[in-house]
Design a protein around this ligand. Structure first.
Ligand SMILES: [Zn+2]
Ligand SMILES: [Zn+2]
Length: 172
């Protein structure tokens, strides 16, 4: 089993300029809060492929690749949802390149793989986490699950509250 890697020591690879290596690692991705709901990556230890290339001018070119599910309530019907997300992200960190070529995830020669994977995961997520692509959601009037209630589910036009009041009065 691969080692759980949250911080990765790039210098430890001892790559010569122009040399690269592919590593199979596992990373813990912290849950994300969207709206007021919690969305967790599954599995808890996500297998990732990390490509590290030492650039000729110094610094590193990095690529991370993984697939994970995001588990949480469907944003339409609130049932459990866990769509699969494919993630690919690249970073360049070159000490000679100034601000533009400096990666926020690389500090010295230490890569914060956990933070990078989490941000890349969040960016790759769909705008709406759904139990299925065509989830019909909840009825806006009675909150019935429209996936179960079926296409016939509908209501008479909502009664005017003033008429309801009037009916109450007549009953007296
Ligand atoms: Zn749903
Ligand atoms: Zn309804």
């Amino acid at each position: 089993m691969a080692l759980l890697t949250d911080d990765f020591d790039l210098a430890g690879l001892r790559l010569s300029p122009g040399e690269g290596r592919r590593l199979e690692l596992e990373v813990g991705i912290e849950p994300l809060v969207l709206g007021s709901e919690l969305y967790a990556a599954e599995p808890a230890r996500v297998p990732v492929l990390l490509d590290v290339s030492r650039m000729v001018g110094g610094g590193y070119a990095l690529r991370v690749n993984f697939s994970a599910r995001v588990a949480g309530p469907c944003m339409r019907c609130l049932k459990p949802a866990s769509p699969l997300i494919d993630v690919e992200a690249r970073e360049i960190d070159s000490p000679a390149g100034g601000e533009e070529l400096s990666s926020p995830y690389v500090n010295g020669e230490t890569l914060d793989l956990s933070a990078w994977a989490r941000d890349a995961f969040a960016l790759a997520m769909p705008l709406k986490v759904l139990c299925r692509e065509d989830c019909r959601g909840l009825c806006p009037v009675c909150a019935a699950d429209l996936n179960e209630a079926g296409p016939e589910h509908r209501h008479e036009a909502a009664p005017d509250p003033r008429w309801a009041k009037l009916r109450e009065l007549r009953l007296d």
